[in-house]
Design a binder for this molecule. Structure first.
Ligand code: ADP
Length: 521
């Protein structure tokens, strides 16, 4: 029997699955052939099997580097349950226990050892690892190694050193669910993996339906939604602990069986709610992003984001916790413009000055997602580099029956105003000029003398601001990075100004005023 046939036998015997999923077989084949590999698969795609099965076929031990300390024990227990000898080493253990486990490992007692990346920063630990015959190093959540990733962890960089310390060099498998093309290249570069050995399985999760809801009472929406989906498991993500507590109190006071999870709770409380959710004792989990990394609950039917997440990576990862069993599930984002400030605040609090710009621009793409009128699924896939993706046909935008209206004229008003302001200002200021505000700054720059001053004064600032968001999302306007992005025109906008391209939008921007051509061109 070839090694690959043995892999399939293990899949059937230990895991009870008949076939490998797309991507799994290629990755496993490459690993068995000794080729270092990067595997990019969506959450729920089945990454664990890609290293667990080779681990059983290789002679030595497989080291799994994983940042998810709280889950290591569960993962190891799950392996033991199906008869695979495994253990873990993290900061929860004392040094005697660590020595004991490693000496057991050198005797060949385990096939897999899960370790936290921080372990690799101590040379004493590395020297202990030398006593073990390591065949494979699997790196979970491999995007953490990249500065361009959304969750950079400096301790991941020690993996680079580790790899080259063993002779013969173990096979390397880097796995992640959230790599943009740039992050993928970075993983390859940092770990010395050939770009041709990257296996990217389709990011599309066909059983997920995406929707963005704007301008609704969110508390009411959630309550109604839960009522309509009683007994279905769902996760509601909120941006702050305070909001989690508030929503949790509100739902439970209305008799809904809910759990809560955030980093401000103690371990016992968190475990309590997590267990209750995993075992379907409560159907709704209200949580911050602290909840869910690696949680294998397959029957989550919906994920609702009460606030906009910080970027598309985080969104797709969290939303992707719905429907891991392949059944139809919904991912809903409740958008309110004011929440963008929460995320900006969180970025300001959490990252170094030099990463801020990058985080802001990622947030910008997330905001664009909320304003696009194109297919949501397609937007997500494009973000992750799948440029050929078609429309899903079932998301909130694909099923939006409203007729598209020609808003070319309105778009021209906005573009020509931006041009006359020399493309040096942000949305709020542009909106002021368009609505004819006699704000001090407007007067100071003499913008009240522009022909486009006040040409949209029959709309509210909010309407125009939303229209500008739409034009940005659709790629007519290009924002700079930073807290207050400056908007400039893209070639698409220039074509609209030249009347070579029309702009269609589903919601009407009322045009009550007649504006003569010579004002615009
Ligand atoms: P990921 O780490 O990519 O998020 P997991 O490795 O946790 O995903 O796998 C997700 C789910 O898919 C698990 O319940 C796993 O048992 C299941 N799974 C993995 N491979 C297969 C397969 N070949 N056939 C059926 N189910 C599978």
């Amino acid at each position: 029997m070839s090694r690959f046939e043995s892999a399939k036998t293990i899949l059937q015997k230990y895991y009870g699955y008949q076939e490998f999923r797309s991507g799994q077989s290629t990755i496993i084949e490459q690993i068995l052939n000794g080729q270092d590999t990067v595997g990019i698969m969506p959450t729920g795609g089945g990454k664990s099997i890609c290293y667990q099965i080779p681990a059983l076929l290789f002679e030595g031990v497989t080291i799994v580097v994983s940042p998810l300390i709280s889950l290591m024990k569960d993962q190891v227990d799950a392996l033991r349950n199906i008869g695979i000898p495994a253990t873990y080493i993290n900061s929860a253990l004392n040094s005697d226990e660590i020595h004991y486990r490693l000496s057991e490992a050198s005797r060949g007692a385990f096939k897999l050892i899960y370790i936290a990346p921080e372990r690799l920063e101590t040379s004493s630990f590395i020297s202990l690892l030398h006593q073990i015959n390591i065949s494979l190093i699997a790196i979970d959540e491999a995007h953490c190694i990249s500065q361009w990733g959304h969750d950079f962890r400096p301790s991941y960089l020690s993996i680079q050193k580790l790899i080259h310390q063993f002779n013969p060099k173990p096979v390397i498998l880097a796995l992640t669910a959230t790599a943009t093309p740039q992050v993928k290249d970075d993983i390859c570069h940092l770990l010395g993996i050939n770009n041709d050995n990257c296996i990217v399985t389709g990011f599309a999760r066909e059983n997920l339906t995406f929707r963005v809801i704007k301008g609704q009472d969110r508390d009411q929406f959630i309550f109604d939604y839960i009522q309509k989906n009683v007994n279905q498991a769902g996760i509601i993500y909120a941006a702050t602990r305070k909001e989690v507590e508030r929503l949790y109190d509100q739902l439970t006071s209305k008799g809904i069986s809910a759990g809560k999870y955030h980093a401000g709770m103690n371990d016992a409380e968190r475990d309590h709610f997590q267990e209750r959710f995993l075992f379907d004792d409560v159907s709704v989990m209200v949580a911050t992003s602290a909840f869910g990394m690696g949680i294998d609950k397959s029957n989550v039917r919906y994920v609702i984001h009460y606030h906009i997440p910080k970027n598309m990576e985080a969104y797709y990862q969290e939303a992707g916790r719905a429907g891991r069993d392949g059944e139809e599930s919904e991912c809903i984002l409740l958008f309110a413009a004011q929440d963008v400030h929460i995320q900006k605040f969180l970025i300001d609090q959490s990252v170094n000055e030099d990463r801020k710009e990058q985080e802001y621009s990622k947030l910008r793409k997330m905001i664009d997602y909320c304003h696009t009128e194109g297919c949501f699924q397609q937007y997500i896939l494009k973000y992750f580099g799948e440029t050929e993706a078609g429309e899903c046909g079932k998301c909130g935008n694909c099923t939006d029956q409203r007729e598209k209206i020609d808003v070319t004229r309105e778009a021209q008003m906005v573009f020509s105003c931006i041009k006359r302001m020399n493309e040096r200002f942000g949305k709020t200021f542009i909106t002021k000029v368009l609505t004819g505000s006699r704000d001090k700054k407007v007067m100071q720059f003499h913008f009240h003398k522009l022909s486009t001053f006040g040409i949209m004064k029959d709309r509210t600032q909010k309407e125009i601001s939303e229209f500008i968001d739409f034009l940005t999302a659709e790629g007519y306007l290009r924002p700079t990075d930073g807290t207050y992005p400056v908007l400039s025109l893209t070639n698409k906008a220039i074509s609209v100004l030249r009347s070579e391209l029309i702009v269609l939008k589903k919601e009407k921007i009322q045009a009550k005023q007649i504006v003569k051509d010579d004002v615009l061109f």
